[in-house]
Design a protein around this ligand. Structure first.
Ligand code: FAD
Length: 323
């Protein structure tokens, strides 16, 4: 029976939240298609953990115990084998860097169509139609598939909902391709800035190259601290690439999308790739020494001046206002 296969990414034995969302989404779609959603885990994942994917709608769970987790090629080998054995129509991934890599590898291996950054999926004429934002999130494009399809969700696009009970886990053995052993996961490290949470902040002070150096971010930290709880600091890609701020705080096309009540852009030019990640903010204040900086074109309030002078004054003003 053709159906939908979901790759459930695990991290040190626990299933990643985006993968649970992908399983829930696949189960809902499989119901509409009159078929089943199955899930696969790679690595020595505990019985109970693998089986728990059934609670999110997987009718069956495969486990490739002997394949290493955390790298792409062995997972592509495992998924390609399951596709060959079970003739699935679609694979759904929850997103994330590894999901993107494995999804792309699978699509190439089995000759499937692929859509990345998927934010919605519907059934039309007995087939899946993937929706994804394009042109800086200003339009939604829809794609369907002539043959098989690989759909990779945007991070957090699919909601995890518990709908069933534990599934049976079937162990499978897969002959890994010769190149599968070339990459090994040597060690996992704590991501710098793992505690940064810019998506939930109601006030965001974002810093760009205009802050001058990593130390310049103290100005942004001080202003955020003056606003108090619910305020956080973010950054542009230029400064993340320069090592001034952790990637977890990057806003934009290749970072996070944010929509706080107040967005303070300090020393940021306003490139389109940055704009797409913050244009949904309720109020935007920009501080830039260049009166012609593009950021002023989509700011509610613009301050032409040097961040070194304006930001301390703004911080004092916020403190004074808050008493
Ligand atoms: P700059 O463009 O260098 O701007 C610095 C600004 O600071 C200038 O406007 C300058 O006038 C001002 N300034 C300088 N000194 C001062 C001062 N003392 N006081 C006040 N103002 C001052 N960018 C992102 O942000 N997020 C993304 O996710 C992202 N993804 C990308 C994806 C792709 C495929 C590509 C090609 C690019 C991407 N970029 C992204 C990069 C983007 O194009 C810009 O290069 C980047 O946003 C610029 O960052 P910036 O504004 O900090 O630096």
């Amino acid at each position: 029976m053709a159906g939908i296969l979901v790759y459930a990414l695990t991290n040190e034995g626990a299933i990643n939240k985006n993968s649970l969302g992908a399983v829930s989404q696949a189960a809902k779609l499989a119901g509409e298609l009159g078929t089943e959603a199955h899930a696969v885990v790679v690595g020595n994942v505990d019985d109970a953990v693998a089986g728990s994917l059934g609670e999110y709608g997987a009718a069956k769970v495969f486990r490739a115990k002997d394949a290493p987790e955390g790298v792409s090629t062995p997972a592509v080998d495992v998924l390609a084998k399951l596709f060959a054995d079970n003739d699935y129509d679609y694979a759904i991934f929850g997103g994330g860097l590894l999901g993107f890599e494995i999804g792309a590898g699978l699509a190439a291996r089995i000759g499937a169509g692929i859509t990345a950054e998927v934010t919605g999926v519907k059934v039309e004429g007995g087939k899946l139609v993937a929706q994804r934002p394009i042109l800086g999130d200003s339009l939604i494009s829809e794609s369907n598939y002539k043959g098989k399809g690989v759909l990779i969700g945007r991070t957090n696009a699919f909601e995890a909902t518990q709908s069933g009970s534990a599934a049976s886990v079937e162990d499978i053995t897969v002959d890994l391709s010769p190149q599968a052993g070339k990459v090994r996961l040597v060690k996992r490290g704590e991501q710098r800035g793992a505690d940064i949470n810019i998506e939930d902040a109601n006030v965001l002070v974002a810093g760009g190259r205009g802050l001058g150096a990593a130390e310049g971010f103290q100005l942004a930290e001080d202003l955020a601290a003056a606003f108090g709880g619910g305020a956080a600091v973010g950054a542009t890609r230029a400064v993340v690439d320069a090592g001034w701020f952790p990637y977890a705080g990057q806003i934009g096309q290749t970072g996070k999308t944010v929509a706080p009540k107040l967005y303070v852009a300090a020393g940021i030019s306003g490139a389109i790739q940055h704009k797409v990640g913050m244009q949904g903010s309720e109020n935007i204040i920009a501080i830039n020494k260049d009166a012609n900086a593009p950021i002023f074109e989509f700011s509610d309030l613009g301050i032409v001046g040097d961040v070194q002078k304006v930001m301390p004054a703004l911080t004092e003003a916020v403190k004074a206002k808050k008493g």
